[in-house]
Design a protein around this ligand. Structure first.
Ligand SMILES: NC(=O)c1ccc[n+]([C@@H]2O[C@H](COP(=O)([O-])OP(=O)(O)OC[C@H]3O[C@@H](n4cnc5c(N)ncnc54)[C@H](O)[C@@H]3O)[C@@H](O)[C@H]2O)c1
Length: 249
């Protein structure tokens, strides 16, 4: 009988953006496979609701306040998680914002905010988690990028596409530079999804070979694979969860 490489029992998983659509599905999915969830978000009310749902399903989760724009906030959150549980095994970077502004409407303020949250925030989280994972013998970091970062986006602003494309490079850089610590870094690139973030756009599934929009659960399933030992030989890459709309050559 083969060992269950997907078992996460006892592993501590930090999930940023845990109050949002994709973050919540990630928390529920990793908890279902045995992980102890440290959910982090700036939305305390949404975070409480995620904790309620995870606990209701029999999982273990606690919440931590976080603003990924502030390095001190990221460091404080990591320290609190490590003090509470003694180790950090998984980090899932989900916290992000979306903007639909056209290229000629993107102001300096909008550009800076988008890059600060979506790209610098991921860097802060990666940079801060490395020492904790290193002292524990390794870990897995999964970052949510986007199809917009691969093809330039549809309705998202150029700042959004640039931030998500930057994540793909950030992940490869971290995968190369932390190999001595046995930390794997990978991305998930969702395509057109039906989540609270995009519901107002009214997307239709035209052009998606699978014939539907994606769900937060579709993304969470790919995150689970990359977070667990099922992907032990997968590093510095990206899983596309887009129903076949964008196919790599
Ligand atoms: N929804 C989609 O269709 C889609 C597609 C591709 C990629 N993504 C990416 O997936 C991620 C999550 O998307 P979602 O649909 O769950 O969005 P969402 O808006 O439901 O959740 C985002 C979460 O991030 C949190 N957040 C925002 N700024 C923060 C900050 N400065 N510090 C801490 N937390 C902060 C919000 O409070 C929210 O809970 C984002 O990175 C998004 O770009 C989403």
């Amino acid at each position: 009988m083969v060992k269950d490489m997907g078992d996460l029992t006892g592993r501590v998983a930090i999930v940023t953006g845990a109050a949002g659509g994709i973050g919540r599905a990630v928390c529920e999915t990793l908890a279902m496979h045995g992980a102890i969830i440290a959910g982090a978000d700036m939305n305390q009310e949404g975070l409480n609701e995620t904790i309620r749902l995870v606990e209701e399903a029999g999982g273990q989760m606690s919440g931590f306040p976080l603003n990924v724009m502030e390095l001190s906030s990221v460091q404080e959150m990591m320290k609190s998680v490590d003090e509470k549980y003694g180790h950090i095994d998984i980090l899932v970077n989900v916290a992000g914002i979306l903007s639909g502004a056209r290229y000629d409407e993107v102001t300096t303020e909008m550009w800076d905010k988008m890059i600060d949250i979506n790209l610098r925030g991921y860097h802060y989280c990666n940079q801060s988690v490395v020492p904790y994972m290193a002292k524990n013998g390794g870990g897995s970091v999964v970052s949510i990028s986007s199809q917009a970062g691969q093809v330039g986006g549809w309705l998202g602003s150029v700042a959004y596409s640039a931030s998500k494309g930057g994540i793909l490079a950030l992940t490869k850089g971290y995968a190369r530079q932390t190999q001595q610590y046995h930390i794997r870094f990978n991305d998930v690139a969702p395509g057109r999804m039906l989540t609270p973030m995009t519901a107002a756009r009214g997307d239709k599934p035209e052009g998606i070979p699978v014939g539907r929009l994606g769900t937060a659960q579709d993304v969470a399933n790919a995150v689970y694979f990359l977070a667990s030992d099922l992907s032990a030989f997968v590093d510095g890459t990206c899983i596309d969860v887009n129903g076949g709309e964008f196919m790599r050559s």
